[in-house]
Write a protein that binds this ligand. Structure first.
Ligand code: ZN
Length: 454
């Protein structure tokens, strides 16, 4: 994260744009290391597997047998069984019955066979959920309980419903490793364990704990002229889950905003209003970077003409909504009118739209009534294939679409800066949310200390 921030600041310097890091808190620092995970018995096979983020490391390869979390009657039976995990790697996920995504079944299976697979899978999924809940714990608590009982490590598999793709989140163990194993490698271990072939695996994970480290946003600025105390913002989070490189979540949003800044500086170096870009930290941990910025910069938030955030992958922007602001149609409509048809004809607008509750960083601004908008992209199989997965990599980037988005963003920012009128932050009248009872999502405090024991 620190290297990425240094890189971005240097890049902005090359564009002639001032950039800075703004610390807002501290977090548990962790560096991913080598994950080397093999089945060593009954035969040898290197496994497609990796430690989860923040997983403890092993000092050397840990070789141990596997054990499957059994289907027990209740929490008492679970407590009685618990000593069996000592010194073993515990398999805690359901083995998937198929590694083919549904769209592939739909294309090739008979309808009867597709139906049968789905029925069996949902019954199996349901039974697995019950198996976990009968232990008396949820999945996170269960990992801690297994650790306390002396397990060698936690082994899961979080399939993302596409070919060869798993979601990689964070571990909740404190001393033993938590790893994710790809669908069929996991299913193989599971079958061998269940059929009494007593597989053994060797787990070597070498991450480093860095202790308490600063957590920060990276901010760049093109100073305004006649209305320097009013702001137009670009926004995209800078952190990502680390099972891959975060190329589309949110490298692509980041590139769009950096490129828009480069264009603006080159062709519009003296904007009326001040242009700011926020490359936020800790979005994945709960929008902490943008929430901290909102708390720390009332002078900006109260004088915000507009903010544009992009955070749903590599695709062309096709959806823009009014975030629940009553008059958004007037000013966003004016700004969009200046966009050439090639960049706007496929955009669907919705006004007044709804105030986003927390999906991405524009929500931190919307919650305090500041006009912030999401540039919604075409999904390019985002949710199955790249979002928080081990396949969110450079090869998935569609550069033509990013170019489209950078041009669109630069034009919207230009129009928002030049507009003789201030945008309105008047809220549309909504019925209260049936779940929360709120008419408008309430601001949530930024978490400024995370992952540390005290
Ligand atoms: Zn994201």
């Amino acid at each position: 994260m620190l290297q990425a921030s240094d890189w971005a600041i240097a890049q902005y310097q090359q564009y002639g744009i001032a950039a800075r890091r703004e610390n807002y808190g501290v977090w548990r620092g962790w560096d991913r290391g080598v994950s080397h995970i093999d089945m060593v018995s009954p035969w040898v096979k290197s496994l497609e597997a990796t430690q989860l983020a923040f997983s403890p490391a092993t000092k050397k390869p840990v070789k141990a047998a596997t054990i499957v979390l059994p289907d027990l009657a209740d929490s008492l039976a679970f407590q009685a069984w618990l000593p069996n995990v000592k010194g073993k790697f515990v398999l805690v996920s359901m083995p998937q019955p198929t590694g083919r995504p549904d769209y592939n079944w739909q294309e090739f299976a008979t309808p009867a066979s597709f139906d049968k697979m789905k029925k069996e899978r949902s019954a199996q999924t349901d039974a697995w959920r019950k198996r976990i809940s009968k232990t008396g714990y949820n999945a996170r608590q269960l990992a801690a309980v297994l650790e306390k009982a002396g397990a060698a490590g936690i082994v899961g598999s979080n399939w993302s419903n596409g070919f060869g793709v798993n979601k990689i989140f964070d571990a909740s163990t404190k001393k033993i490793p938590t790893i994710d194993v790809a669908l069929e490698d996991y299913a193989l271990l599971f079958r061998l364990t269940e059929s009494g072939k007593a597989p053994e695996i060797s787990v070597f994970v070498q991450s480093k704990e860095l202790g308490e480290v600063p957590t920060f946003n990276t901010v760049a600025e093109i100073k305004g002229s006649s209305k320097a105390n009013e702001y137009v913002m670009l926004s995209a989070h800078f952190d990502s889950w680390d099972g891959a490189t975060g190329a589309t979540d949110n490298g692509t949003g980041t590139m769009v905003m950096m490129e828009a800044m480069r264009i603006l500086k080159a062709v519009y170096p003296n904007p009326k209003r001040t242009i700011l870009v926020g490359h936020w930290g800790s979005e994945e941990q709960g929008l902490n970077g943008s929430r901290a910025f909102v708390e720390d910069h009332p002078e900006i938030v109260n004088n915000l003409q507009a903010l544009f955030n992009q955070d749903n992958g590599t695709g062309r922007v096709v959806n823009i909504g009014g975030s629940g602001f009553a008059k958004a149609k007037d000013y966003l409509g004016r700004w969009l009118a200046a966009v050439p048809s090639a960049y706007k004809d496929s955009i669907k607008t919705s006004f007044p739209g709804t105030p986003g509750g927390g999906g991405s960083d524009h929500a931190s601004f919307v919650a305090v009534g500041a006009p912030a908008f999401s540039l919604g992209a075409l999904n390019w199989s985002y949710f199955n294939y790249t979002w928080h997965t081990n396949r969110d990599t450079y090869d998935k980037i569609v550069f033509d679409d990013l170019r489209n988005n950078a041009i669109l963003t630069a034009i919207l920012v230009y129009m928002a800066c030049e507009d003789p009128e201030r945008s309105s932050n008047e809220k549309a009248d909504f019925p209260p949310n049936p779940r929360t009872g709120e008419k408008w999502p309430a601001p949530v405090k930024s978490k400024r200390r995370g992952g540390l024991d005290n």
